[in-house]
Design a protein around this ligand. Structure first.
Ligand SMILES: [Zn+2]
Length: 414
């Protein structure tokens, strides 16, 4: 890289102004944001993003899956596009950095390249993917763009089919339009994503940049323990078929099982729904929201078998029936070696301390890794908090991440 290019930096103040302006859309009194995918606040954020892009002279693009992009075209004909991005949706009432930082850093990179008139060999596209957080369907936009969206992904959206169709209509989308967003892999040069770490490793090791090696695979199931509703006062304890007992025993056993047999992997019971759900009725059905993650597909497969076997054993122990319904299934994704090297070289050039680490959180990069060279970097999360109102990253760390993204982009796009 020539000297004038290596001196380039993102504009920290401009980047911060964009960040604060965006964080005000869907802001909550405790300093969080509430922008579930395709909600009014989320659509407002997306409108603001494309307006901002147009104002700085970039092209705006919205595809059939609602992915919103700012595009900087290169002059050479027939070149592929290097995608940079993340997501503007949020989990309910939570952090300002998760996703938003990556989209705004991508926009800032395009802005810097444009204002310096740098000629590149690929188009650059800053992209905001639809529903990374899974308000409706996890990673909907990136699955659609990478051509991996299947009708079965749409069969069990969170909150049901009616809510899903209504949300799509509200955003000017439809189930058939989603499938039109697929791109020919030959037109995609790669995908780079900056994200907050959402963990403790960078802060604890006093490092500034994490270069992601692989992203965990994630599977989700709805596990229903089915017993019998009875009067909670008159049915003797020993005669009950109490669905809560099976669900609770399974929750405790699942933790033990994963800690003992699958070190480094995680399991979560994130919700239990009780039917009929009253103080004075023995629960007939408890539906457990089960999710587990591993950094290796074989391990994920073994965990699934072990956890479902455990659920079946607990159901039997309490005389219950069991139904299991598979929901999301996202495979592990390895990050591209060239892209990782570009991130490492950019970090070195900028004098930033970096390390390699796996990502325990799912990201759109998982979808993109299936069709193009893909890489991710993370920046420190104070206290490791994320999906929490305590989520925070020092501004200098955000700027560091954006500068690494900028220089890796220059290296890969020339
Ligand atoms: Zn995210």
């Amino acid at each position: 890289m020539n000297e004038s290019l290596s001196a380039l930096r993102v504009n920290s103040e401009r980047f911060r102004t964009n960040f604060e302006t965006l964080a005000a859309i869907g802001a909550t009194p405790d300093g969080s944001v509430h922008r579930p995918a395709l909600s009014d606040a989320h659509l407002d954020a997306r409108r603001w993003f494309v307006e901002r892009a147009k104002r700085i002279g970039l092209d705006a693009r919205v595809d059939g899956a609602g992915n919103h992009s700012a595009v900087l075209r290169c002059e050479r004909a027939g070149r592929p596009t290097l995608l940079l991005g993340a997501h503007l949706d949020s989990v309910p009432y939570r952090g300002r950095f998760d996703g938003a930082l990556g989209v705004l850093a991508a926009l800032e990179v395009l802005h810097v390249v444009k204002e310096h008139g740098i000629s590149l060999n690929t188009h650059l596209e800053a992209i905001d993917f639809t529903d990374e957080e899974g308000n409706l369907v996890s990673a909907l936009g990136s699955l659609a763009l990478s051509g991996q969206l299947e009708p079965e992904h749409l069969r069990n959206p969170r909150g049901g089919r009616d809510r899903f169709r209504k949300a799509l209509r509200h955003a000017g989308l439809s189930e058939s339009s989603l499938f039109s967003a697929g791109r020919d892999p030959a037109t995609v040069a790669g995908y780079l994503e900056l994200h907050i770490e959402q963990g403790m490793r960078l802060v604890e090791a006093d490092l500034q940049i994490g270069i992601v090696t692989s992203i965990v695979g994630i599977r989700s199931f709805r596990v229903r323990f089915i017993g019998r509703a009875d009067h909670a006062g008159t049915m003797p304890m020993g005669n009950r078929l109490d669905a809560a007992q099976g669900a609770s025993a399974f929750t405790l056993a699942a933790r033990e099982l994963v800690m003992k047999d699958f070190p480094g992997c995680v399991v979560n019971v994130g919700n239990m729904e009780f039917e009929p759900g009253a103080f004075n009725v023995v629960p007939q059905v408890v539906a457990v929201a089960l999710q587990f993650r591993a950094d290796d597909d074989d391990k994920l497969h073994e965990m699934e078998a072990a956890l479902l076997k455990q659920a079946s054993a607990e159901a039997q122990r309490f005389g219950l029936d069991l139904e299991t319904e598979p929901l999301d299934n996202v495979g592990t994704a390895r990050m591209n070696q060239n892209v990782r090297e570009a991130f490492a070289n950019a970090s070195e050039m900028l004098g930033l301390k970096h390390t390699s680490l796996p990502s325990g959180a799912g990201h759109d990069a998982q979808s993109l890794a299936q069709i193009c060279p893909t890489g991710m970097i993370s920046v420190p999360s104070v206290g490791g908090f994320s999906h929490s109102s305590k989520e925070y990253t020092e501004w200098q760390d955000c700027v560091n991440g954006a500068n690494v993204l900028l220089h890796a982009t220059l290296m890969l796009a020339q």
